[in-house]
Design a protein around this ligand. Structure first.
Ligand SMILES: CC(C)(COP(=O)(O)OP(=O)(O)OC[C@H]1O[C@@H](n2cnc3c(N)ncnc32)[C@H](O)[C@@H]1OP(=O)(O)O)[C@@H](O)C(=O)NCCC(=O)NCCS
Length: 174
């Protein structure tokens, strides 16, 4: 009998440093199929620079992390925090903003409502009236997902380098 999957069996909890090896495994499963078709060098850069234990330790110290778990395995990750507390620089941004830095669902578990559930929980935890996020230009499924959940494109940022632009989106929560 085909195994039916639903988000009913999913538990959502706060992520911790103990989850870092599973964050890496999730990255290895979801980054190549998502960004490889857009820009293989960028996909590799993401794995080499942003999905590594050192960066997760820094991010866990600054941002809230939510994980979705099935059968004890992390199948999705969401993280968010204040831009002013980020370890990255944003010279073009004036003022502060609350940003969802990551929302990733393992390819085997996409389309089951897990991403929407994590996003809903992030929105409930945001202190201010707006939530911001970045989408890589060319990641149309994610762009459409966010638009279908009330986010609007605000600005496109190019780093004048070889990599795709960053598209900033915002949702007014209240
Ligand atoms: C984008 C992502 C987080 C969405 O999470 P998900 O669990 O797959 O999505 P959900 O099952 O919660 O989304 C379902 C709902 O979102 C909407 N939706 C999802 N994709 C959509 C699309 N391409 N266009 C319009 N609506 C869309 C629909 O309303 C859909 O509900 P329905 O199936 O009942 O119609 C997930 O697919 C993912 O991790 N993708 C790869 C990595 C990535 O791009 N992450 C974002 C980086 S910025």
């Amino acid at each position: 009998m085909a195994e039916t999957r639903s988000s009913a069996e999913i538990t959502v909890r706060r992520g911790t440093v103990d989850d870092i090896p599973q964050f890496r495994a999730l990255g290895e499963a979801v980054v190549p199929p998502t960004y490889g078709p857009i820009d293989p060098a960028y996909a590799q850069r993401m794995l080499d620079e942003w999905w590594i234990p050192e960066v997760f330790e820094k991010s866990l110290a600054r941002n809230a992390h939510l994980v979705a778990e099935r059968d004890g395995r992390v199948v999705a990750l969401g993280s968010f925090g204040r831009l002013s507390r980020s370890y990255r620089d944003f010279p073009y941004v004036t003022g502060d903003r609350e940003v969802m830095w990551k929302l990733y669902v393992h390819p085997d578990h996409q389309g089951l409502g897990i991403g929407s559930r994590l996003l809903g929980q992030v929105e409930a935890l945001v202190e201010g009236d707006e939530l911001w996020l970045e989408v890589v230009d060319g990641n149309d499924p994610a762009f459409d997902f966010y638009r279908s959940h009330g986010f609007e494109e605000v600005e496109r940022i190019s780093d004048d380098g070889p990599f795709p632009d960053d598209v900033w989106m915002r949702k007014v929560l209240r």
